[in-house]
Ligand binder design. Sequence first.
Ligand code: KE4
Length: 426
Amino acid sequence: MNKNKELFEQSEVFIPGGVNSPVRAFGSVGGTPIFFKAGMGSRLIDENDKEYIDYINSWGPMIVGHAHPEIINAVKDTAEFSLSFGAPTSRELTMAELLVKLVPSIEQVRLVSSGTEATMSAIRVARGYTKRDKILKFEGCYHGHADSLLVKAGSGALTFGQPSSAGVPADTAKHTHTLEYNNVTALEECFKKMGHELACVIIEPVVGNMNLIVPKIAFLNKLRELCTKYDTVLIFDEVMTGFRVALGGAQSLYNVTPDMTTLGKVIGGGLPVGAFGGKKEIMQQLAPLGPVYQAGTLSGNPVAVSAGIKTLELIQKPNFFENLSKTTKSLVEGLIEAARTNNVEFSAQSVGGMFGFYFSAQPPESFEEVMVSNREKFNKFFHLMLDQGIYFGPSAFEAGFVSSAHSTDDINQTIKAAEVSFKKLK
Ligand code: KE4
């Protein structure tokens, strides 16, 4: 009996859709979600004891691989002295100092328990600081599931073809304006029309939620220029790109300095940690100093922060990102070559430790272009690879992730499986 099927059917009785996050349900690729019971390094083991090479990495956090001994020990060493105090701890100070050191645009930072809390709080601070209500985001970008951000969102919201979610009052959504990503003209027109009304712009500086989309540098520069001109807070949502595309995040890659940054995923090392930070004068708006309220029972949780601190220590090792980028590039190049030799229309690209692949001749540069890539082929490829023990994200609208635990053998095994899959796809 396939335990995944059995567990999924039981889960559907007690949990909506059988999952605690929609993308996990395999809704857009079809088939039964895989229930995992263990991970180590680049590998996952499911409940049928089948082994997979993991390219989801828990959607980014597991950048040094699963069950890294030093992270497990850091968690154990902290947990044995209680799991939570609801009071300040020295570990939160260590984490804050680390984030300020590694992301120079962050002068002050507050820890929360998820990326959604980070972006939701950053928006509220920006609105409190500017005393403006309107916000601007980009179609296909996903910033978590706070009401004002579930407007033409990406990731699971896109996967299910519901870019704007039910349950979000029109009165809330009306303050959220959306533009096409990488469209400089639309940006200029929008600011000319409502720049002085915009509290903030929130953007994924490299998009990972409508598959991987790379920014045009002119677009990011124009965005920075306009936010400065109109006193609009520029928020880089680096929940996914932070400590994933480079040690200093996408802002260090493209040399564009935001006013605020949101973080998550890698900074928790697999445990629930998010963060938002930026200019001190903006962050001082926060209670207990200022009028913007924000709080959290488990914010800065010592056990979760210990996993994050250890992860951030490990990724600061010399050449960590050079090696991670090299491994990710070799995966992408191998996939492209395997598709080419089998005459399958395919493209792929990577930025640091994240990658995207598309059944279209070129990588998409906008939401519109993503929507025309061949989803049917993606879904077939996904399952052909899954059957061979290669676990890519179960959606054409997600990026993939490589860890420092992925070996040359893992990459070679993946490419071999891709050759078999492309042959069948032809
Ligand atoms: P969380 O609330 O899921 O921790 O973070 C929300 C978030 C915010 N900003 C960006 C750029 C993000 O990518 C995310 C979450 N990413 C998705 C993956 N596309 C999480 C996976 C899921 O929803 O299950």
